[in-house]
Ligand binder design. Structure first.
Ligand code: PEP
Ligand code: MN
Length: 352
């Protein structure tokens, strides 16, 4: 249920009605928009009559029922407006969302050693990336495949952060590792395979770092938004959704089907920022540039691209990784599309 307050409602009145809702055993959440304040009501609202709510204050403009099973993730819950996730990094705050330039995340699938992670960090930073990605804990289909260096790789990510100033995005697979991961990560990633690991979702929702929630490989959009709802309901408002391709019936050419239609679909359903990962989405480096450009044209808020200094020797996901040179030229191609859709930072005007 959404309670829309009239423009100019005194703060004390909003607090009073929130207290009233508490006595009804509901959880009110005040959301301040550009023009109005709305109070989102979560709890057992099925039997509530909107007219009964309307009566508790003359300052209530409208009471709306949220029909979707996800509430906090719904667009209505945020005044119908997009929200932003602002991430403090050593290079300053990076805002991710519909009203900001496209944010770029780049780096290897896994952190392999100090030299490669620092070199990759410096090179993707020079090309224009805002975040370095790299897995310390890797979810691998085979138990015999490289599993990531774990805790020692977290130390290497911290070193790469200091060396480059980039924010760090890395995956947590196990609740037992969350404290260590969130100490180093500026954004904690929940991978596709853990999208419905509800105990992990509750834990990442109860810590402060923003969360990148990848779409499960067979997840519907509603299941994905319900997973986001777990994180939001646990108290963490900073969730970014990441489309990384869904299971395809034709694996001969592409690893997954990158579902770019989620961009306009999610825009209507949720206020949360949207990231696209064309690397896992296609599984092939040669397809990554086209899908990166398409993602920007479709309106994505951020891109995650795997980059490795020597893809042929990568310990994981080499075939889908770009070289730093290719990433650099891709950023220039992305700038053309980004500017066309007004999602690219304009160069500062230099006065003669
Ligand atoms: C990754 O980002 O390296 C990864 C394992 O992604 P996903 O969970 O989308 O497969
Ligand atoms: Mn990978």
């Amino acid at each position: 249920m959404i309670v829309v307050m009239k423009i100019g409602t005194p703060e004390a009145e909003v607090s009073r009605i929130c207290e009233e809702f508490n006595t009804w055993k509901l959880t009110p959440e005040k959301i301040v928009g550009k023009h109005k304040v709305v109070v989102g009501l979560v709890g057992d609202t099925a039997d509530l009559d909107p007219l009964q709510i309307q009566e508790i204050s003359p300052w209530i403009e409208q009471v709306l029922r949220v029909e979707q099973p996800y509430k906090r993730a719904s667009r209505e819950f945020h005044h119908g407006e997009a929200s932003e996730v602002v991430v403090p990094t050593p290079n300053g705050k990076i805002a991710i969302g519909e009203h900001h330039p496209v944010a770029l995340v780049a780096g290897p699938c896994s952190v392999e050693n100090e030299e490669m992670i620092i070199e990759t960090a410096r090179r993707v930073k020079a090309a224009g990336a805002h975040f370095l990605r790299g897995g310390a804990y890797k979810p691998r289909t085979s138990p015999y495949a490289f599993q990531g260096h774990g805790e020692s790789a977290l130390g290497l990510l911290a070193a790469a952060r200091s060396a480059s100033g980039l924010g760090i995005i890395t995956e947590v697979m196990d609740t037992a590792d969350l404290d260590k991961v969130s100490e180093v990560a500026d954004v904690v990633q929940v991978g596709a395979r853990n999208m419905q690991n509800f105990s992990l979702l509750k834990k990442v929702g109860a810590q402060d770092k923003p969360v990148l929630l990848k779409r499960g490989m067979c997840a519907t959009i509603e299941e994905w938004l319900m997973a986001a709802e777990y994180i939001l309901a646990a108290g963490n408002p900073n969730v970014i959704l990441c489309e990384r391709g869904i299971r395809t019936f034709d694996r001969q050419y592409a690893r997954n089907t990158l579902d770019l239609s989620v961009v306009p679909v999610l825009r209507t359903l949720t206020h949360l920022p949207i990231m696209i990962d064309p690397s896992h989405g296609t599984g092939r480096a040669e397809y990554v540039p086209a899908m990166s450009l398409a993602a920007i044209a479709a309106g994505a808020d951020a891109l995650m691209i795997e980059v490795h200094p020597n893809p042929a020797k990568a310990l994981s996901d080499g075939p889908q990784s770009l070289t730093p040179e290719r990433f650099d030229s891709l950023v220039q191609e992305m700038a053309v599309i980004g500017k066309a859709v007004s999602r690219w930072p304009q160069p500062a005007v230099v006065l003669a």
